[in-house]
Structures are given as structure tokens and as C-alpha cells.
Design a protein around this ligand. Structure first.
Ligand code: MN
Length: 131
């Protein structure tokens, strides 16, 4: 059965690119444009991973990550933040909010899917054995 990835992202071009790359690699993709819709989708579908944009309208990625990790049913789902290249402080903050790892925007089509798989199948940034 194909693994399902939920993408929470308000930018249509980024959504299109990530969806395209993941579907091409055999993943099933569901999308949400806001944090509230994303949390609903996460609870309804129990995806295998969640890709989370930080800069979202109304409820930002930090708040979404904090909310997602409150739900026991979602506790084992890796949350992968999508951060802007320059925002170094963001990464520590989003990991503290409960994300498993992060990838940088702009999306690199050559490494994107491998990075996602890495975070789905390792313990993420907070694990000592993660390189
Ligand atoms: Mn955004």
C-alpha cells in the first residue's frame, strides 16, 4: 500500500512541486492550505508523514506542530518542516515545537524525496545516530 503524505502549504507553486515529486515516487498526497485544515486532515487520514510550511496564514507552522503533537493518535507521525534557507533560528524553534526534521526552501528536486524518506525512516534531527 502506498504511503500517504499530508502537505500543509499555502503557496500553490510549492504545493504543486512537492505533490508532483512525491506522486512521481509512488506516494499518495493529500493537501491543506491552512493549519486548521491540515490538523483536520491529519486526524482524519493519519498520514505516514506531514510536511509543514512554517509561514502559513492565521495559524503558523509552530502553532500547527504544537497542536499536532498534542494528539496521541498523531504522536508517531513524523512532522517535516519546510523552512526558508536563511531562517536558521526557525529550525531550532520548529524542532522545539515538535517537528522531526526540516527541509529547506527552495525545494531541491534532486534531493527532496530522499530527504523526506530519511525523516520518515529515522528518528529525525533529535536522534544521536542521525547524521
Ligand atoms: Mn507559506
Amino acid at each position: 500500500m502506498n504511503e500517504t503524505i499530508l502537505i500543509i502549504e499555502d503557496n500553490p507553486q510549492n504545493m504543486y512541486m512537492m505533490r508532483f515529486l512525491l506522486e512521481k515516487n509512488g506516494f499518495r498526497v493529500i493537501g491543506a492550505e491552512t493549519g486548521v485544515a491540515g490538523i483536520d486532515q491529519a486526524l482524519g487520514h493519519k498520514p505516514d508523514a506531514i510536511l509543514l510550511d512554517i509561514q502559513l496564514p492565521e495559524m503558523d507552522g509552530y502553532a500547527v506542530a504544537a497542536e499536532l503533537t498534542k494528539h496521541e493518535a498523531l504522536a508517531t507521525i513524523p512532522i517535516i518542516a519546510v523552512t526558508s534557507y536563511a531562517m536558521v533560528g526557525d529550525r531550532e524553534q520548529i524542532l522545539a515545537a515538535g517537528a522531526t526534521g526540516y527541509i529547506e526552501k527552495p525545494i531541491n528536486p534532486d534531493s527532496f524525496v530522499d530527504e523526506i524518506k530519511h525523516y520518515m525512516h529515522s528518528g529525525g534531527c533529535n536522534q544521536e545516530n542521525d547524521q
